[in-house]
Design a protein. Sequence first.
Length: 211
Amino acid sequence: MKKILLISSLALLALACHKEPYSQDGDGEYLVYTAPAKDVKFSEFRTFDIADSVLVIGQTKKPYYSKSDNALALIQAYRTNMEKLGYVYLPSNPEAQLGLQVTYAERTERFVQYYDDPYWWLDYPGYWPAGYWGNWTGWYYPYPVTYSYTTNALITDMVDLTAGEENGKLKIIWSCYIGGPASASLNYDVKRMSAAVDQAFAQSPYLDPSK
């Protein structure tokens, strides 16, 4: 199962081009993108394995693998959905036909804008004109106004372990991207992502091996 960890999370770039993402109706929910490979018959598979840790990108300078409670909760969400479809879980078993790897990615964007006008807020609707407070004039030393926002995503690849490697890579037959604005709580985000994993399987009925 270790070879699954070699899968590149660059699948994110391909998924970004998927034309039909699912957006939860509630505010603050994640977008869910799923895409199968062409000409794959999932009815040919019955067993699966899943990497026992989550690859984490963006929280530190270097990616690392995590087996934290949050990581295990995300892994369990995929395992539960696979077993609901009828697949048999074979941990660390070379007989497993399908393999899944889960990657968590986090990114924070920071912006700084310098102003030398004391009335920088006038571009915002609803503010009273500066003259209301008196005629403040003169030069003001430039000062920064900063803001930032964080997004996070869950990227999962399902590979065909029976096909062998091609150019050192395993064949990806299903990809899932779950992402959006991060909240202030990682625990809360993991719960949102776990619910989004359920949606990923709901919008991918072709994964059912009985069909």
